[in-house]
Design a binder for this molecule. Structure first.
Ligand code: NAD
Length: 258
């Protein structure tokens, strides 16, 4: 039987690396896909077990690069899980968003998932595999970073498009929507305001923010047979952020129990 492969894009980043580590428990090989070759090397070193991981340099916004990546994945085995995790946000407000930023954020946070899916769909059909798109709470409500958020909302819809059209092939597709996770993507904001994570906690029902491992656990579950009947959903991993706001509930109800 060919090796089962998990493909994780943006795997040189903190969430991607945590997902790769978790999926190595249920796949023969995990393909770490990233545009940043130096960071990929560090990720590979941090993960340790070199026999289990393969690094593939790829710009997921480029169709030629994605086709080459799919060829490298096929040489490793059959893709059973595709995790579209590469993503980044640029402008913080609509006022600051240029046409170029809008296009770049759409290309990376939405179109790239379409490109990788089409490139790997035959393998996913053969393995009756699944796709997990890493969206964001920003795709569910407004928390800033408009172009990124609109793309993440599109990514949640794209997840449903795969689920409905490809379900007949046994392919499942689900999204995971993390709330704040402290990663290198937050470095500049944490440098500008070292209290940013402490200040954010009050908005989360659990009074904490999620970790990369929390996100990886959700991906692991959705990729597994335990989730065999789950497709087309978006699972928030957000410590209750999108469930509701305790402070507002206290104001409305005038109850100290919130
Ligand atoms: N950190 C958070 O608070 C948070 C919250 C919600 C959702 N997310 C989502 O989780 C995912 C991972 O975020 P993170 O915080 O680990 O980010 P990160 O910046 O640590 O990692 C992102 C990785 O994507 C790679 N990448 C960027 N452009 C690429 C391209 N064109 N081709 C291939 N790889 C590319 C980067 O090199 C980097 O290694 C993203 O989709 C992000 O939107 C993060």
């Amino acid at each position: 039987m060919p090796s089962s492969v998990a493909v994780v894009t943006g795997a040189a980043g903190d969430i991607g690396r945590a997902i790769a580590k978790r999926l190595a428990q249920s796949h023969d090989v995990v393909a770490l896909v990233d545009i940043d070759e130096t960071a990929l090397e560090s990720s590979l070193n941090a993960l340790g077990d070199t026999g289990r991981y393969a690094a593939i340099a790829c710009d997921v916004t480029d169709v030629v690069s994605v086709a080459a990546m799919a060829g490298q994945v096929a040489a490793l085995g059959t893709a059973r899980t595709l995790v579209n995790n590469a993503g980044a946000a640029r402008a913080v407000s609509l006022h600051d968003t240029t046409a170029e930023i809008w296009r770049q954020d759409s290309a990376l946070n939405l179109e790239a998932a379409f490109l990788t899916f089409r490139a790997l769909e035959d393998a996913l059909k053969a393995s009756q595999g699944s796709v997990i798109n890493i969206a964001s709470v920003n795709g569910m409500a407004v928390f800033g970073h408009p172009a990124y958020s609109a793309a993440k909302a599109g990514l949640i819809h794209f997840t449903k498009l795969i689920a409905v059209e490809y379900g007949k092939f046994g392919i499942r597709a689900n999204a995971v929507a993390p709330g704040t996770v402290r990663t290198q993507a937050w470095e500049a904001r944490a440098a500008a305001n070292p209290q940013v994570f402490e200040e954010a906690k009050r908005w989360y029902a659990l009074r904490r923010i999620a970790t990369a491992e929390d996100v990886a656990n959700a991906v692991f579950f959705l990729s597994s047979d335990q989730a065999a009947a789950i497709t087309g959903v978006c699972l928030p991993v957000d410590c209750g952020l999108t469930a509701g706001q305790a402070e507002l509930a206290r104001t409305f109800s005038q109850s100290e129990h919130y």
